[in-house]
Design a protein around this ligand. Structure first.
Ligand code: 13P
Length: 340
């Protein structure tokens, strides 16, 4: 990656984790948005998906809290009713458009119960197209489920290789890669198990990124927080913060500009309380921000329920979540703010 491009990458990465801001993950694939819509009894189609994304992106005032939005392939090619591309709608507000570039997961032949991420074929060509459409950053998600002997070393290795190849391809095309290795919350495991596995995964990911000569100042890491399994007890924010830091301080190089957490199925309040506690640490080498999907959108969806007359109320929920998450990102959130 040439020096001049490095500066650009670094500037975009830093803008995405500006001190009061974070990312909205609105890149649900066709299958995922279908599931989310089914929970409010509406049917997904490119047009209903577009209407919903418009609701989100036209919410007044979100640019104070949201630095960037991750889009799905369908969305990055869509426009407003007046014909303005959605990417332009966002950039005009000072919000950076991003794009999900992985193509989902497929089973891993060496270990059939596990998955590897698809999408390396033709990636460079797609990156060129997305850059022309206005994307300045991208996302690639690898998933790891905690289970009997899982994730295996092989699955960790293979997915880390793919993440590093993707990251390098992005940087060569002037796009900031968000590197997302997600250890899922599903299951009954305790917080120590999650800590050990998150450590192994992140350690391998950074070894590969370094091997592939990825420019670390020009990436963002999107990890899970270290928590116990969703089906077990809920950890205190202090536990989550201390276990997460125990891993991060050992594996994330200081020159990575920022970490943008996924919410992973935590409730909006839980995700904010945990992010807040993490940000209370007085000194940390990286910005600790968010790239939430569900924790920013759940209340919006359940207020909207697909009805035009609910759009304003749903947007009110969205700006409230964006504001509270921004406060958490600064260590200034308290749960009683939820009821104001
Ligand atoms: P959640 O915050 O709902 O986990 O979504 C973030 C994301 O983009 C997962 O890839």
């Amino acid at each position: 990656v040439a020096d001049i491009d490095k500066n650009e990458l670094k500037n975009v990465a830093e803008a995405l984790v500006a001190p009061t801001k974070g990312i909205l993950a609105a890149d649900e694939s066709s299958g995922t948005i279908k599931k989310r819509f089914a929970s409010i009894n509406i049917e997904s189609s490119p047009e209903t998906n577009r209407k919903y994304r418009l609701l989100l992106f036209t919410t007044e005032g979100i640019e104070k809290y949201i630095s960037g939005v991750i889009l799905f392939d369908e969305t990055i090619k869509q426009s407003t009713d007046e014909g303005t591309p959605l990417t332009k709608l966002l950039s005009d507000k000072g919000i950076i458009p991003g794009i999900k570039v992985d193509l989902g997961k497929e089973s891993f032949s060496e270990s059939p119960d596990e998955y590897v991420t698809k999408g390396l074929d033709g990636l460079s060509e797609r990156l060129v197209e997305y850059k022309q459409l206005g994307a300045l950053f991208a996302k690639w998600r690898a998933v790891f489920k905690i289970g009997d002997g899982q994730p295996s070393e092989l699955a960790i290795d293979k997915n880390s290789d793919l993440l590093a190849s993707y990251a390098l391809a992005c940087q060569e095309n002037g796009i900031v890669p968000i590197v997302e290795p997600e250890v899922l919350m599903d299951g009954l495991h305790d917080i120590n198990t999650c800590r050990n596995i998150t450590y192994k995964v992140l350690k391998t990911v950074f070894t590969k990124l370094t091997e592939f000569n990825v420019y670390l100042e020009g990436i963002l890491l999107k990890p899970n927080m270290v928590t116990s399994g969703k089906d077990l007890t809920i950890d205190t924010p202090e536990e989550v913060s201390s276990e997460t830091f125990a891993v991060f301080s050992e594996v994330i190089p200081d020159n990575v500009p920022g970490v943008v957490f996924l919410s992973g199925g935590q409730s909006p309040e839980q995700a904010c309380s945990n992010l807040n506690e993490l940000n209370k640490r007085p000194s940390k080498p990286w910005e600790l921000s968010f790239s939430f999907g569900r924790a920013l959108q759940q209340p919006v969806l359940s207020t909207w329920t697909g009805k035009d007359e609910n759009i304003l109320a749903a947007q009110k929920e969205f700006v409230k979540r964006a504001k509270l998450t921004s406060l958490a990102r600064q260590g200034k959130y308290t749960p009683d703010m939820e009821n104001k």
